[in-house]
Design a protein around this ligand. Structure first.
Ligand SMILES: [Zn+2]
Length: 150
């Protein structure tokens, strides 16, 4: 059996993420420290992050509803490998906590950083709250992370 061929290539890529209209409005809200979900007129499910169509009834979503900056941790993990943040180009120090957060007033979860990275202290069901950056840019990382509440 032949050894695999390894080709090392260094690539510098500049890319832009084109947000849909729903994400554009969502991000504009973040710049005002406002978090909004989209509510389905058919089944009343409230989607966060927003999306154009309901996953249950496939209706077009048009209604925006504000949600709380606090919610519950539905799932979590501690990441032990540093990743390159595609938005900032910086590497996040590991370990760090990540969570699926269901904000009060939403029926779905958003994936975001947590202030804790201790598996002994993280648990499903913990209450969390958004911690905002001082300078807001209208991006998901305007929320620095979610802090676990006592
Ligand atoms: Zn629906």
């Amino acid at each position: 059996m032949n050894a695999p061929i390894v080709v090392q290539v260094e690539m510098n890529q500049v890319w832009r993420y084109a947000a849909c209209a729903e994400m554009a409005r969502f991000c504009a809200g973040l710049k005002q420290r406002r978090i909004e979900a989209m509510r389905c007129g058919g089944c009343a499910r409230r989607y966060l992050p927003p999306r154009p169509f309901c996953g249950n009834c496939h209706l077009r979503l048009t209604e925006w509803v504000p949600v709380s900056h606090e919610g519950v941790l539905d799932a979590w993990t501690v990441v032990h490998l540093p990743i390159l943040d595609g938005r900032t180009g910086t590497t996040r120090d590991a370990p760090y906590g990540m969570g699926l957060i269901r904000l009060d007033g939403a029926d779905t979860t958003i994936n975001h950083y947590l202030d804790l990275n201790d598996a002994g202290r993280l648990a499903v069901g913990l209450r969390v709250r958004a911690v905002w950056r001082d300078r807001l840019e209208g991006a998901i990382d305007d929320i620095r992370h979610f802090e676990v509440l006592p």
